[in-house]
Ligand binder design. Structure first.
Ligand code: FES
Ligand SMILES: [Fe+2]
Length: 350
């Protein structure tokens, strides 16, 4: 029996996770307000816009346990489809249509969770008791002159940590993306300095500019700066060799369950004429389609301690080490968890 890298996954409940894009919530129902069913860390949640506030609740009506996501938003409340009980922003029942003159039972409520919208994505935090995590870093979102493409989210049948590793894996480019992202002649990857700063894993690489000649026009090639907010987000900022402009691939994953993840991608680049969104989105789709079957073939869907590492797996090794430390620190309590998450560890000073 293989030993999992992370034995206790409850620490993930303390982080903010993406659950859907704003557009997905708005298109879930003709009202534009939801409700929309999502899953996070194995929990079924319902997202809705109640009186202008985006809320996340347990997708379970306390009456006869129907899914609240089957209901509708009615007069600023979420109304269950089965018998019409209505719930406010905090998940408390405020009306029982069958017996409106009787007092509402105290237990007539469903759990609600921290929920915010940022980068046009809905974020949920299941456990706010330690309140020590932030929405992940995104370098370009508020920068003037940048143009963003929020790609529709997509699900992969693998754990979120395997998706993270795939996106930051420096030795797969030559084999999985020959001719799309990389020139296969350059199959020996750089081994970057990897630091921990501000809850982020940070590293930089400079792919060979000579590759430009053999790659398609939309292949983003330039100096790569990675700032990866733990546990599942990646801010990959490129300074393109082609014209020295900024191009950012920002991605994050929702740990839907141990063996499935929902992935989000925002492509940001300096606004220019004759640079249509669809061309960039289509190019990234080609890249994702090259990765997906390989990553979904990894067994098991969560990382195990038995996997073999070499020196060029340094980024993945550092990531695994930190994830495991976070998981263990969380079992000791808030202080140990915060220390593990926030302490700066610079490779040069070690
Ligand atoms: S099951 Fe929701 S109102 Fe009855
Ligand atoms: Fe890839």
């Amino acid at each position: 029996m293989s030993k999992p890298l992370i034995e206790d996954r409850t620490f993930l409940r303390h982080f903010w996770h993406p659950v859907c894009t704003r557009a997905e919530l708005e298109s879930a129902n003709p009202s534009g307000l939801g409700p929309h069913a999502v899953e996070l860390l194995g929990e079924q949640l319902v997202i809705a816009n109640l009186n202008g506030e985006i809320v996340a609740m347990n997708d379970l009506c306390p009456h006869r346990h129907a899914a609240l996501s089957k209901g509708r938003v009615n007069n600023g409340t979420l109304q269950c489809a089965y018998h019409g009980w209505q719930f406010d922003n905090g998940g408390n029942c405020v009306r029982i249509p069958a017996c409106p003159e009787q007092p509402i039972p105290r237990r007539a409520c469903t759990s609600s969770y921290d929920c915010v919208v940022k980068y046009d994505i809905v974020w949920v935090r299941l456990d706010s008791s330690w309140n020590c995590t932030d929405i992940p870093y995104f370098s370009e979102w508020d920068q003037p002159g940048m143009r963003h493409i929020v790609v529709p989210s997509y699900e992969w049948k693998t754990g979120a940590e395997r998706r993270w590793e795939n996106f930051t894996d420096l030795s797969h480019f030559a084999f999985v993306h020959p001719g799309t992202l990389y020139d296969p002649a350059y199959d020996r990857p750089p081994i970057p300095v990897v630091d921990r700063v501000d809850s982020e894993l940070r590293f930089e690489i400079e792919p060979p500019p000579e590759m430009l000649e053999n790659l398609p026009e939309n292949a983003p090639l330039g100096s790569f700066t990675y700032r990866c907010t733990m546990p599942f987000s990646i801010n990959l900022k490129l300074r393109l060799y082609r014209d020295d402009s900024v191009f950012t691939l920002w991605t994050t994953s929702c740990p839907v369950s141990d063996d499935r993840c929902r992935n989000f991608l925002i492509i940001s680049r300096e606004a220019k004429d004759n640079d249509p969104d669809h061309a960039h989105a289509a190019f990234q789709k080609i890249v994702l389609d090259e990765d997906q079957p390989i990553i979904e073939s990894q067994r098991p869907k969560t990382i195990t301690m038995e996997e073999l590492s070499v020196t060029t797996d340094k980024v993945s090794n550092q990531y695994r080490k930190w994830l495991r430390e976070l998981s263990l620190a969380a079992t000791e309590g808030k202080e140990a968890f915060m220390r593990c998450l926030k302490t700066t560890v610079l490779e040069k000073s070690q």
